[in-house]
Design a binder for this molecule. Structure first.
Ligand SMILES: O[C@H]1[C@H](O)[C@@H](O)[C@H](O)[C@@H](O)[C@H]1O
Length: 548
């Protein structure tokens, strides 16, 4: 247990005179003057982002591993059941890990969960590399699943709690860049080692290296200021914030004012939550004992469900994560080589690299524009591109003769334009996905107030992995029963549902402080209010006259 866990949830500092002053003054923090994130915050983001690389690498490497294993495991070729178990145990254990580590991230801290995930990444990678049996491989992939599940929720949380609000979207997107970059690396490594004897052992074992490096790098990095305030280490939080907002050439007094403002804002949020929790503990009662208050605050799950704003945040976060997977993207990630071989491409593995590369390049576009365009707007623009890609793909499959027998096993030779149309349609779909759906859901932590941020993000991440498992299991059977035409049409339909839901309930959170997002969802979905507010801020920035 860390010393933090032994400290009270709310600092004793809170009773200090400074604290009373803080509450007397309404916190006004203007971060809009910040021009760019400093070296310190970039370093933090990149070190934490390595987990994304591991997430991408370990999910991407499986397709080439499966075709290279041969009879190396249990001295026999892999059966279909072996392959399904080896593939899906990772997402299943990621699903199990995310809610568990959601609780751990509150008591151990965000950074310690990342460090724990690193240990699991190393153990899982070496386990796979040295195993001699199918069950050993399943064991190793399951440990990797635990690591991926923890890292996939805690890294965006860590980055978003450390980022100044004007850059939060972009900095969280860095972790998506690492994920998609990791998938490209996995495809390339898979291709390089696929011709070597026992090359698959290198493919899976290499995952240990970045994890070990990250473990060392993170030793020198801090916890998030929000978590530090929450566990009562206000002075430490202040030191971290001074490094986040300070930097070469910055005015010391401006930085101090900003840091004090941010600290007040975080403490005010904790104070308000404590008050609200205390009042709810004994409805209608005047005074509530500290035991009841503390019990109530600790009961994050009840708070998440019972408080309207928290519940709305959970609905939005789970909805986005669910749609991110149910739109079918990972069926391409896992099976694009199979699809390309079905429609007759001579080098399906190389062709499928185009999917991974497109995903990476368009995540770069998102990185560049997510804070300027906004999360909601980027989704409302990009989901229709996904729909067009999927609809075209479904249409094109009408003109491609597929083998009547089991989809995903046989190969036919095709000619003509339609296989190329399918490839172009898939690339269009992936481009649309990478710009919005592939990364916006990972902004999930910003939707939740501090008291339920960790648990809420963890449950949304579990929704992601649950839906991921579903897509992985159902894709090949759907290609058989619904045919490719029906399968891709169904994904297009899911995207239509996603667009409508986003339009209806997802407010614009770009540029808002983490504490302000909570206010937005307090009394409703806040969509109109958020769009109006964003327009007002943009007009203000452009120097136009603002009409309220
Ligand atoms: O954000 C990531 C990214 O889009 C990956 O390419 C995808 O494989 C993951 O499932 C998703 O969570």
């Amino acid at each position: 247990m860390t010393d933090a866990a032994a400290e009270p949830l709310i600092s004793n500092d809170r009773g200090s005179s400074e604290e009373h002053d803080d509450h007397a003054i309404e916190p006004e923090v203007d971060e809009s003057a910040l021009v760019s994130p400093g070296v310190f915050i970039w370093t933090l983001t990149f070190c934490a982002g390595v987990s994304g690389l591991l997430f991408g690498y370990d999910t991407g490497v499986i397709s080439s591993t499966l075709i290279s294993v041969g009879s190396d495991l249990s001295s026999r070729p892999l059966s279909t059941l072996d392959k399904s178990l080896i593939t899906s145990c990772t997402s299943f254990f990621a699903l199990v890990a995310s809610p568990l580590t959601g609780v751990l991230a509150d008591s151990w801290g965000r950074k310690n969960v990342i460090l724990g995930a690193d240990v699991l990444f190393v153990v899982g990678a070496l386990w796979q590399a040295f195993t001699g049996s199918v069950w050993g491989m399943i064991g190793g992939r399951s440990v990797v699943g635990l690591a991926v599940g923890s890292a996939s929720f805690v890294v965006p949380l860590y980055i978003s709690e450390l980022s100044p609000s004007p850059f939060r979207g972009r900095l969280v997107t860095v972790s998506s860049l690492f994920i998609t970059g990791g998938q490209v690396v996995a495809y390339v490594v898979g291709w390089l080692f696929s011709t070597r004897a026992h090359g698959w052992r290198w493919m899976v074992g290499l995952g240990a290296l970045p994890a070990a490096i990250q473990f060392c790098l993170l030793q020198g990095l801090p916890e998030t200021p929000r978590w530090l305030v929450k566990v009562g280490r206000r002075e430490q939080a202040k030191r971290v914030l001074l490094r986040v907002y300070g930097g070469k050439g910055s005015d010391e007094r401006d930085v101090k004012n900003l840091v004090n403002g941010v600290l007040r804002r975080v403490q005010k949020e904790i104070y308000d939550e404590e008050e609200a929790a205390g009042e709810r503990a004994v409805p209608g009662a005047g005074k509530v004992g500290w035991r009841a208050k503390t019990a109530r605050i600790n009961d994050s799950f009840t708070q998440l469900i019972a408080v309207g704003g928290n519940r709305r945040a959970l609905v939005i976060a789970c909805m986005l994560q669910g749609f991110q997977q149910l739109c079918g993207f990972n069926s391409l990630m896992y099976f694009s080589a199979t699809i390309f071989s079905l429609v007759g491409f001579r080098s399906p593995t190389l062709t499928s690299l185009s999917i991974a590369v497109t995903n990476f390049l368009f995540t770069l576009v998102a990185f560049h524009s997510i804070d300027r365009i906004g999360r909601r707007r980027i989704l409302l623009w990009s989901v229709p591109i996904m729909i067009i890609g999927l609809a075209l793909c479904s249409l094109a499959f009408n003109f491609v003769a597929l083998p009547a027998q089991k989809a995903g096993v046989s190969q036919v030779t095709q000619g003509g334009i339609w296989p190329v149309v399918i490839l172009a349609a898939m690339v269009t779909y992936v481009a649309g996905y990478a710009v919005g759906m592939g990364n916006v859901p990972w902004q999930q932590s910003e939707l939740f107030p501090l008291s339920v941020r960790s648990l809420g993000s963890a449950l949304a991440t579990a929704t992601n992995w649950g839906s991921n498992t579903l897509i992985g299991i159902s894709f090949l059977p759907m290609m058989e029963t619904l045919t490719p035409v029906g399968t891709f049409a169904l994904y297009a339909l899911v995207c239509c549902g996603a667009w409508l839901s986003i339009w209806r309930i997802y407010p614009e959170t770009a540029g808002l402080s983490l504490e302000d997002v909570g206010g937005l969802l307090r009394d409703g979905w806040g969509v109109e209010k958020s769009v109006r507010e964003r327009r007002r801020r943009r007009a203000e920035r452009n120097g136009a006259e603002v009409v309220r």
